[in-house]
Design a protein around this ligand. Structure first.
Ligand code: HEM
Length: 225
C-alpha cells in the first residue's frame, strides 16, 4: 500500500481558519469575563475585556466574510463542499456517528476518505453547515446589534429589546463553545492525533493509496456508502 499527498486546504481557507479560531477563542474567554466578571479576570479589567471582545468580534466577522467570498466567488464550490446531499445524510451520517462512538475505539479506520472535491465526512458537513451558515452569522449579527445599540435601536426593539438580543447572543455563543470543544476533540481522532491538524496547517494530507488506477472523484463518494 502506497501513501500519497493530496492538496486539501488552499491557503485562503487556512488563513481564515486560524484567524477565526484565534478570534473565537479570544471571544469565548473575554465574553466569559464580561458575563461573569466576579469570577473571571483573565483579560484585565472590565473595560479591557470589552475592548478585546469587540476587536476580536470584528476580526471574526471580517474573516467570516473572507471565508464566504473565497468559497462562493473564488473557488465557487461553497454548496458542494458544505451542503450534505440527501444520500450522505441517510446513509453516511449514521455510519460516521457509529465510527466515532464505537468503531474508532475498536481500532477501525474511518469509513470516509477526504478528497479536495469532497473533503468533509457527512458528520463534518452537517456540523460545519450549522456552524458556518447559522451559528456564526447569528452570533455575529446579534453582536453587531449590541455594538450599535443607538443606530440599530428600531431593529433591537422589533426582536424584543436589549435583554432578548443579549440573551440570544450569549446562548448562541454557548452553542459555539460546545461546537469548539467537540470539534477540537474530533480533530484528534485521525490515524495519529495530529493527522487532521497537519493539512489545516500545511495544506497537504497524507493518504493511503490502494489502487493505482482508481478515479480520483469516485473515491470519496464510494466511501460514504
Ligand atoms: C482552537 C481552535 C480550533 C482548532 C484546533 C481547530 C482545528 C481544526 C482542524 C484540525 C481542522 C481540519 C480537520 C477538519 O476538517 O475537521 C479544522 C477544520 C475546520 N474548522 Fe476548526 N479548529 C478550531 C476552531 C474552529 C472554530 C472556532 C470554527 C468555527 C467557528 C472552526 C470551523 C472549522 C471548519 C468550518 C473547518 C473546515 C474548513 C474547510 O475546510 O473549509 N474551527 N479545524
Amino acid at each position: 500500500m502506497k501513501t500519497k499527498l493530496i492538496y486539501l486546504q488552499p491557503t485562503p481557507v487556512r488563513i481564515w481558519h486560524w484567524l477565526n479560531a484565534l478570534g473565537i477563542v479570544t471571544l469565548c474567554i473575554s465574553g466569559a469575563q464580561i458575563r461573569f466578571p466576579e469570577f473571571i479576570s483573565i483579560c484585565g479589567n472590565y473595560r479591557s475585556a470589552i475592548l478585546l471582545h469587540n476587536t476580536a468580534g470584528i476580526v471574526v466577522a471580517l474573516s467570516f466574510s473572507f471565508w464566504f467570498f473565497y468559497y462562493k466567488l473564488v473557488s465557487g464550490n461553497l454548496v458542494d463542499i458544505y451542503v450534505p446531499k440527501v444520500q450522505e445524510l441517510s446513509n453516511g451520517l449514521m455510519k460516521q456517528i457509529f465510527f466515532y462512538f464505537y468503531a474508532y475505539f475498536k481500532g477501525a479506520a474511518s469509513p470516509f476518505h477526504a478528497t479536495p472535491e469532497n473533503k468533509f465526512n457527512p458528520m463534518q458537513k452537517s456540523a460545519y453547515l450549522a456552524v458556518m451558515f447559522v451559528i456564526v452569522p447569528l452570533v455575529s449579527l446579534t453582536g453587531i446589534m449590541l455594538l450599535n445599540i443607538g443606530p440599530l435601536r428600531q431593529m433591537l426593539l422589533v426582536i424584543g429589546g436589549l435583554g432578548v438580543v443579549a440573551t440570544l447572543h450569549f446562548l448562541l455563543a454557548c452553542v459555539l463553545g460546545a461546537f469548539l470543544v467537540t470539534h477540537v476533540y474530533l480533530a484528534t481522532l485521525g490515524s495519529t492525533p495530529l493527522a487532521y491538524f497537519k493539512p489545516m496547517w500545511t495544506g497537504w494530507e497524507k493518504v493511503e493509496h490502494h489502487h493505482e488506477h482508481e478515479p480520483p472523484h469516485g473515491a470519496a463518494t464510494d466511501n460514504v456508502h
